[in-house]
Design a protein around this ligand. Structure first.
Ligand code: FES
Length: 574
């Protein structure tokens, strides 16, 4: 396909016939590139979140080589560059502290360099939204190649899933069902190939939503990392980005309000991670788009859950790919999507999905036999959460969805760890566990603490779910009746701070409410006594984060990074 040529941004660096042009070309030629690389070829930045500290993305150096082949083939000039990477299993206190930092790194690396188009390489949870946020703000032609899930874990000839089965085996260890030796022996069986978590956790959710937003080639998100077709689609993405440059197909033309609605719809149909709500709000905010949290609820009510994938369902991402992957699922709900939304392929979503087929209706369920008739996530409001809270109903025990119980409050994570397994903890299965100080300020960084462990004394009685409430997030691989993202958070004096052990709490999912059963006068009295805790950071990134981070209902971005701004890039400094 050939589009009319247009002036290239990179030529402002490489096309100059002056001292600056000399400097730009000469030093870049030090890498061994010929003069022909600078003569008007689109310069394609390959924005790589590869890192040995981010095991889920550790194969992306090979992926980048495949992208480069495609870029050269299409007449472009590829230049790979690193950004910080966010590895979920290792980073402390939580990768969420650094998502905005990575997004800023991506945005400024793009803006400051002679790039005409971008290929984003992401995988582990936060790397996908961080790259999409940064690219949305930079807004030059961009395509994403998602890293792909791991192959399914296998233990004693049975499939086991990232994260989800860790929580299960940990419960077995704590209740004495398995030994510590057996527990440790399982770890090698779970993560046995390249790629990100292979449950429908945050990584698979966000990569699927990148595809639903239209930012990848069709089918990209579901391909396992170690399948040769991962590098094949990376190659084709390299070819495609060169045309996208000539077409000036920029993120703001793709990630429109309709594309956002498609992503929310797909999030519900895959039973996606609750973290997606925060990330989609943040991505949309970068583009000046806004929608209330209730948009997720509204779309959920008319979307069946069709992906029978853990933690909501039974299978894993490898099975999802063999069953037809995301295109097959999206084709099943095509009438519910904005089929006319433009995508990175240059075609509409509906055009992309022509011919998409389901090969295993056990894994991608038909519309008339859904896993759940309506979407797996609800938005709650009430006197605990006036600005909203989130509950993934598809992963919760249904009998807890209409529930009133006595609060057992933990002031912070340390308090929780100290008491949760104590035989003296006064708790039964009808109680409601409450964790404070898990939000953006309190965590700090809103860590994934919202899946509070079920107390050992209940596990030993065979009780595996209990209603839990916090202002924290939860891993997308987790499950249970966990109300999350309570906003505003307790650490800044949100009403959750006023909840005390012994209060009655009522969850009414049917009416989307969550309340502590105390009157307004008592609530106000308690909040007047609230004292701000000492800030977790006094300098550095932590301080910048705390000074700027917005609450969960606004996507936890920084206000200063929202919207597009009206100014163009500053002129060259000399
Ligand atoms: Fe990286 Fe799960 S730890 S995707």
């Amino acid at each position: 396909m050939s589009s009319p040529r247009r002036p290239l941004r990179s030529q402002d660096w490489f096309g100059r016939k002056d001292k600056l042009g000399f400097i730009h070309r000469s030093w870049t030629k030090a890498e061994g590139f010929p003069q022909s690389a600078f003569d008007g070829k689109p310069v394609i930045g390959i924005c790589n979140s590869w890192s040995e500290l981010t095991s889920c993305n550790a194969h992306l150096r090979q992926t980048a080589e495949a992208v480069k082949r495609g870029v050269w083939e299409a007449g472009g000039f590829p230049l790979e560059f690193p950004t910080i990477s966010l590895g979920e299993p290792l980073m402390r206190p939580t990768t969420m502290m650094f998502r905005n930092l990575m997004a800023m790194d991506v945005e400024e690396s793009i803006r400051a360099n002679p790039l005409d188009g971008i290929v984003l390489l992401a995988g582990c949870d936060k790397t996908t939204p961080a790259q999409l946020m940064g690219a949305a703000s930079a807004d030059i032609p961009t395509i994403m190649v998602t890293g792909g899930p791991m192959l399914r874990g296998m233990y004693k000839n049975k499939p086991i899933g990232s994260g989800t089965d860790v929580w299960k085996f940990d419960g077995d260890r704590r209740s004495g069902k398995i030994s510590i030796e057996e527990f440790c022996s399982i770890e090698s069986c779970m993560s046995r190939s390249a790629g990100h978590c292979m449950t429908m956790g945050t990584a698979s959710t966000m990569t699927s939503l990148a595809e639903a937003l239209g930012m990848t080639l069709t089918g990209c998100a579901s391909i396992p990392a170690s399948d040769s077709r991962h590098r094949e689609i990376a190659h084709r993405s390299g070819v495609r980005i060169v045309d996208m440059v000539w077409e000036n197909l920029i993120p703001s033309r793709i990630m429109t309000a309709q594309a956002m609605e498609n992503a929310i719809r797909v999030d519900m149909a895959i039973g996606g991670s609750t973290n997606a709500i925060i990330h989609l709000k943040a991505i949309a905010g970068r583009l000046g788009l806004d929608f209330p949290l209730e948009k997720f609820d509204e779309i959920a009510r008319t979307t069946p859950v069709l992906a029978n994938i853990s933690p909501s369902g039974k299978y894993l991402m490898e099975d999802f790919y063999y069953a037809g992957g995301l295109p097959a699922l999206m084709n099943e709900i095509l009438d519910l999507l904005h089929g006319g939304a433009l995508t990175a392929t240059g075609k509409t979503m509906a055009e992309n999905l022509v011919g998409a087929e389901c090969y295993n209706p056990e894994v991608i369920l038909p519309r008339d036999k859904p896993l759940q008739p309506t979407g797996g996530t609800v938005i709650l409001r009430g006197n605990i959460c006036p600005n909203g809270a989130v509950l993934k109903t598809s992963a919760a025990d249904p009998k807890l969805l209409q529930h009133t119980g006595r609060a057992v409050v933990f002031e912070n994570h340390s308090d929780l760890l100290a008491r949760v397994d104590s035989p003296d903890l006064d708790i039964d299965e009808n109680c409601v566990m409450v964790l404070k100080n898990g939000g953006p300020h309190g965590g700090p960084g809103m860590p994934e603490l919202g899946n509070l462990p079920v107390p050992s004394k209940l596990l030993q009685r065979g009780i595996t779910d209990i209603l839990r409430i916090s202002d924290a997030r939860m891993s997308g691989t987790s499950y249970g009746a966990c109300v999350l993202h309570v906003s505003p958070e307790s650490a800044i004096g949100g009403p959750l701070a006023a909840v005390q052990t012994g209060d009655q709490i009522r969850l009414d999912v049917e009416n989307r409410t969550l309340d502590v059963l105390i009157d307004e006068h008592e609530m106000n009295r308690r909040l007047r006594l609230f004292e701000l805790p000492e800030a977790a950071y006094e300098r550095g990134w932590g301080k910048i984060f705390l000074d700027n981070v917005l609450q969960a209902d606004e996507g936890c971005d920084f206000a200063v990074l929202k919207g597009k701004g009206s100014k163009t890039e500053p002129a060259l400094p000399f």
